[in-house]
Write a protein that binds this ligand. Structure first.
Ligand code: SF4
Ligand code: SF4
Length: 282
């Protein structure tokens, strides 16, 4: 079962809810648990889970390299590239590595076999363990725009037999789509504010388009207004948990301690959250 934890905007408490759910399930005795931190631009789940990292492997994209001795400047490579990563001039073929998705289309279709491929490092995948949880995270190189291929590499690590919790990047762009792809259920974390509502609407529409079942967790539920609840009722989006604002949780968060540590109150909330998910996921 793959459960992704997403939010239309950053700062809603997505990671603390994802890590607390993983710890809750681990404490409940679930084996073969995995946690994937796909928020590769700023992975911070490790701060809460504190895994022992035991493996690290680089992730590369294969970027075209044009052999000017063989190239006839026919322009076929530029025509097939959907990302405008190759431009062919009269006497020059220019490659823009930052735009290249490494799909290999240009080298496959070059009629002169003038294109070879060279590696370009975009980040690393790190693996480790904390208790019964196998922990996997991606780290994108600083300034690197290609988050999606790194997330794809991370997701190849999913063990289909167990429960996988995915911490999804914030927003609704391509890395989010890649991270939630093939999830059985997506938890959408929001807060009861106008910004929270606006970004929740975008996230809900995205899940509907992707046909991924989803439910909402309202974090800091006792602040703000009722507009998020009204929207969820109107759109028939289930609210699967409400977590009240608690100063103690904020203090723990600032020290990298998950809210589950705060006590029985949160265990009960995560128990109900898990029961709601199980009911919806066959
Ligand atoms: S397709 Fe091959 S031969 Fe044609 S411009 Fe591109 S690299 Fe050169
Ligand atoms: S590998 Fe794909 S994305 Fe990169 S330049 Fe070639 S066609 Fe474009």
């Amino acid at each position: 079962m793959i459960i992704s934890v997403a939010s239309g905007k950053g700062g809603t408490g997505k990671t603390t809810i994802a890590t607390s759910l993983a710890l809750f399930l681990s404490e409940e005795g679930w084996k073969k648990m995995q946690f994937l931190d796909c928020d590769v631009e700023e992975p911070n789940a490790h701060i809460f889970l504190k895994p022992q990292i035991d493996r690290s492997e680089p992730v590369n994209l294969l970027i075209p390299k044009v052999d000017e001795g063989k190239c006839t400047y026919c322009g076929e490579c530029a025509r097939v590239c959907a990302y405008n990563a190759i431009v062919v001039l009269k006497r020059e073929a220019l490659v823009f590595p930052e735009l290249c998705h490494g799909c290999g289309g240009c080298s496959l279709l070059c009629p002169e076999s003038a294109i070879s491929e060279e590696k370009r490092g975009i980040g690393v995948v790190e693996e480790g363990r904390v208790g019964s949880i196998r922990f996997v995270q991606g780290r994108l190189n600083i300034g690197e725009p290609m988050a999606t291929p790194l997330i794809r590499s991370l997701k190849r690590k999913i063990n289909p037999e167990g429960i996988t919790i995915i911490d999804v990047p914030p927003g609704t762009s391509c890395p989010v789509i890649e991270a939630v792809h093939k999830s059985d259920f997506c938890i959408l974390v929001t807060e009861p504010t106008p910004f929270g509502l606006n970004d929740l609407k975008l996230a809900v529409e995205t899940m509907k388009k992707l046909k991924i079942d989803h439910g909402v967790v309202i974090n800091r539920a006792n602040i703000g207004d009722d507009k998020v609840k009204e929207y969820c009722n109107k759109e028939s989006v289930p609210i699967i948990a409400e977590i009240p604002y608690d100063r103690n949780v904020a203090v723990l968060y600032s020290s990298g301690i998950p809210m589950l540590i705060e006590g029985e109150k949160y265990r009960k909330i995560f128990g109900q959250l898990w029961a709601s998910i199980k009911k919806r996921v066959k």
